[in-house]
Write a protein that binds this ligand. Structure first.
Ligand SMILES: [Zn+2]
Length: 230
């Protein structure tokens, strides 16, 4: 009798151990999935090309294909953003300013050259090896990690400084870019989120809906995408 009760109790204990173990496993799997999701927000590009995230942690997707449209000055952009860029520039000109696309689509080779030049500048200023590369990375992305390789980003300046300053163009762009689906991609005080220093000239196409949400709330593409995942 006593023996039977004991063995039944032992069986019960074994069963509850199974439950605890199963629950623990489910919690661990859920945590792993959440953690992975946090690291890789770039998955969104599969459905929404305009929200493709490229930064120091998210490379240009391997399967990224770009069809380019050439601007009058020889710079090229993704054909899908060309009409919006054109409209933005036309309206900016109507307001008496003279914007120009200084730099847009870049190949991995173009980006390598820019990164090497920036690294050389820091090396010449006394930084050694890894330090020079680390400093350069704050100003120029490593090849494979530049938004310019998507064809969705443009660096904008004044075409003629006797007509208007760069600052006047940047100010207009910051105020109006969202109406055309563009955002100021590297705002001041967001270096810890974007991994990039303030670049008043760099604008990125994300589409009107996302652009308005991002610019109205003064957030970054990273923060917008993280919010969408919740
Ligand atoms: Zn840029």
């Amino acid at each position: 009798m006593t023996k039977n009760v004991k063995s039944r109790r032992a069986k019960g204990r074994k069963r509850s151990f199974g439950w605890v173990f199963g629950l623990l496993l489910i919690v661990l799997i859920a945590l792993a999935v959440l953690r992975l999701g946090k690291l890789d927000l770039g998955f969104l590009h599969k459905e929404q090309w305009n929200l493709t995230l490229v930064n120091s942690y998210n490379a240009v997707p391997d399967d990224w294909k770009v069809e380019l449209t050439e601007l009058k000055n020889g710079e090229k952009v993704d054909s899908r953003i060309y009409p919006y860029l054109q409209e933005m520039f036309d309206d900016c000109r109507s307001d008496g300013l003279l914007p120009i696309v200084k730099s847009s689509y870049r190949t991995a080779e173009d980006q390598q050259k820019i990164f090497d030049e920036k690294t050389a500048e820091f090396a010449a200023a006394g930084y050694s090896g890894d330090d020079a590369r680390e400093q350069a990375n704050k100003w120029a992305a490593k090849p494979g990690y530049s938004e310019h390789q998507l064809g969705l980003a443009v660096d904008i300046d004044s075409e003629d400084l006797s007509v208007c300053s760069n600052e006047a163009v940047w100010e207009w762009m910051e105020a109006h870019c969202a109406e055309y689906g563009f955002i100021l991609r590297y705002p001041p005080d967001k270096e810890d989120v974007t991994g990039c220093s303030y670049e008043p000239w760099h604008f990125r196409y994300v589409g009107e809906e996302a652009a308005k949400a991002i610019m109205d709330r003064g957030i970054t593409l990273e923060e917008y995408l993280a919010g969408q995942k919740k």
